[in-house]
Write a protein that binds this ligand. Structure first.
Ligand SMILES: [Zn+2]
Length: 167
């Protein structure tokens, strides 16, 4: 994709973000562009839909995958008005997009009051110092709280399923 196309789609994402403010959403927009030039828009709808995961990039990925009837966006490019937060970056990785381009960065978002930079810092913080604990717990205790489930049972079930769809 040439530089002119990059600028065009990035500007489209930024315009979506700006328009979304007047439409009850956060100031974020995103565009998914397929290899053959189809585009799918997404805007932030966190407060509008009470969905903390409704970031512009995720919304665009959902729109593209739904319309294309697929769970992979390999061959697509994601343009975002702002640097993707860790959730959106991971979503882009899961969606297998070819590239992600953004206009404003995490520091611009922080200056506007958003936690993108804070969440990136979470991953750079030693596990024991993180503000939200994320910890592996043993399942195989004794007494009434002991669970019948084992941590690897879901994976065993998955591997035994011959009709599984790999992703
Ligand atoms: Zn995000």
């Amino acid at each position: 994709m040439g530089e002119i196309e990059h600028v065009r789609y990035l500007a489209q994402a930024v315009d979506l973000a700006t328009q979304n403010v007047a439409n009850g959403g956060g100031p974020f927009g995103a565009v998914i562009v397929t290899a053959d030039g189809r585009t799918f828009n997404g805007v932030n709808r966190v407060t509008a839909t009470n969905d903390p995961t409704a970031h512009a990039e995720v919304t665009a990925i959902r729109a593209a995958c739904s319309a294309l009837d697929t769970f992979t966006l390999a061959g697509c490019v994601l343009y975002s008005s702002c640097e993707p937060c860790p959730m959106c970056l991971a979503s882009a990785l899961w969606a297998r997009v070819d590239a992600v381009y953004f206009a404003a960065d995490r520091h611009d978002a922080a200056a506007a009051g958003f936690d993108d930079a804070v969440f990136y810092e979470f991953f750079d913080t030693p596990v024991e110092q993180r503000p939200m604990p994320v910890a592996k717990l043993p399942l195989d205790g004794e007494g009434p709280a002991a669970a019948a489930a084992t941590p690897l049972a879901p994976f065993a079930a998955w591997n035994d399923l011959e009709t599984r769809t790999e992703y």
